[in-house]
Design a protein around this ligand. Structure first.
Ligand code: GDP
Length: 451
């Protein structure tokens, strides 16, 4: 835990550059501290909570620093579950910092990154998945990522895992009762019923684990690299997808010397789109560097759009062997030059015919990208999707449940109890019912100060 968890903490919660800055104070002394800095109609403690009150943030000698609004929240009805005060000052960096300095002087400590949310978690306002979702909301780049984060913040994943935890606890208790009271056979479930419940729990864990890929893609996007020979229209395609002139388009082969990366959204999928310099024998050192970078991004790609010019013979435009470990999607560009004519001989089957110039075929390309990403044409956005931390714990739970099933089958109740305890512990860690401080440090360090 950074600092002391009972200190009253303060931080500017808003980003730089807005018209208004929000300064947050949380802890038992929040209202008293505000009373030392803020002057208004009445002392903050006598104002009604959850109402905005106009006043002035002042230095100790009564000099006004800024006219600002104050709102207080009385514990436990606040974000952190503690007494909280927010001051809404003018947005200039100097003025907001000057008011913060007074608030710190008046008896608060500067908050660590994520400390407000950490307190909300420690005070039972949020489970760990909801706290993580707060960071996901801030990091979301697409509508689908935001939907996922909002559903998690609202508690859908937490409730599902909470139910899993409760069922695991119940079956664990059932098994342990055989150890504690071996002579009281009354009330025990028959072993096949215990086994059926363990199998059902394992299926539920597997169902959650199956959302990992979707979670990874929706949260972090996928890395799509546009590659091909110079002048086939890679930059034009990138611009067509982005809908603006980000990459420089010229008809001199090899103009895109460096790789360009942009964030795009294709059918709700966050896509990090990289336009590479052409892969060709480079003339000079700068071009050679460009080709090297292209090869590096091809190595890191999750999907490659291999672009070729449909109006030219295909063979010389084919990708070099083993150019990338990522799946290749062939894009026959300059479709406007060839009309309905068949693609050049030797062209790969399944190539998507587009024209970066007119935009024709882009929808088909997006569809093909969508299918390639989800590895299925009828993909549905999941209700909730686990992240890497959740998945690691669920893997442990799944393995422990398999062990438990094997032990129950041979009626080795003691070993079954051990395995069930391990599964319960892993599941509890996921939602934070049992959480080690270092895990919390890792989670909350992702947050910005003031969150
Ligand atoms: P890159 O070197 O692969 O990035 O290719 P560019 O995007 O710079 O395009 C090379 C040339 O091909 C430019 O003159 C573009 O205007 C032209 N071009 C690109 N896409 C198309 C297309 O779909 N149809 C036609 N007719 N020309 C295109």
């Amino acid at each position: 835990m950074p600092g002391n968890s009972t200190d009253t903490i303060a931080a500017i919660a808003s980003g730089a550059g807005g018209a208004i800055a929000v300064l947050r104070v949380s802890g038992a002394d929040a209202t008293a501290v505000a009373g030392r800095v803020w002057r208004g109609r009445a002392a903050p403690g006598r104002l009604r909570p959850r109402e905005l009150h106009l006043g002035y943030a002042c230095t100790p000698d009564g000099t006004a620093l800024d006219q600002c609004l104050l709102v207080r929240f009385a514990a436990p009805a606040s974000y952190t579950g503690e007494d909280m005060v927010e001051l809404h000052t003018h947005g200039g960096l100097y003025v907001a910092r000057a008011v913060l300095a007074e608030v710190l002087r008046a008896g608060t400590r500067h908050a660590e990154p994520g400390e407000f949310t950490r307190r909300a978690f420690l005070n039972g306002k949020l489970d760990l998945t909801q706290a993580e979702a707060v960071a996901d909301i801030v990091a979301a780049h697409t509508a689908s990522a935001l939907r996922l984060a909002n559903r998690q913040a609202e508690g859908r994943l937490g409730r599902r895992v909470g139910t899993l935890y409760d069922r695991l606890t119940a079956v664990g208790a059932e098994v342990e009762s055989r150890l504690d009271f071996p002579d009281e056979r009354l009330g025990w479930l028959p072993p096949p019923r215990v086994l059926a419940e363990i199998h059902a729990l394992r299926d539920e864990v597997a169902g959650l684990l199956a959302t990992r890929r979707a979670g990874e893609i929706l949260r972090h996007g996928i890395h799509v690299v546009i590659a091909g020979l110079p002048n086939v229209g890679k930059s034009s395609l990138m611009n067509a997808v982005l809908g603006r002139d980000r990459a420089i388009v010229t008809d001199i082969p090899g103009t895109t010397r460096d790789t360009l990366e942009e964030l795009a959204q294709i059918r709700g999928i966050p896509v990090r789109l990289t336009d590479t310099a052409g892969l060709h024998t480079a003339a000079g050192p700068i071009e050679r560097l460009g080709v090297e970078r292209s090869l590096a991004s091809l190595g890191a790609a999750q999907l490659v759009l291999w672009v070729y010019d449909a109006s030219q013979p295909y063979a010389p435009q084919a990708p070099p062997p083993a150019v990338t470990p990522a799946p290749l999607l062939y894009v026959a560009n300059k479709g406007d030059l060839v009309g309905e004519a068949p693609l050049p001989p030797g062209a790969p089957a399944g190539a998507v015919r587009v024209s970066a110039l007119t935009g024709a075929g882009l929808d088909t390309l997006y569809e093909a990208i969508e299918h390639a990403v989800w590895e299925s044409p009828d993909w549905r956005e999941p209700e909730c999707a686990v992240n890497a931390r959740h998945a690691a714990l669920l893997e442990t739970a799944a393995a422990s449940l398999s062990d438990a099933a094997a032990e129950v089958s041979r009626e080795a109740w003691e070993l079954a109890a051990v395995a069930l305890r391990a599964a319960t512990l892993a599941t509890g860690r996921l939602i934070g019912r049992t959480a080690a401080p270092d895990v919390l440090d890792a989670i909350f360090s992702r947050f910005c100060i003031g969150k």
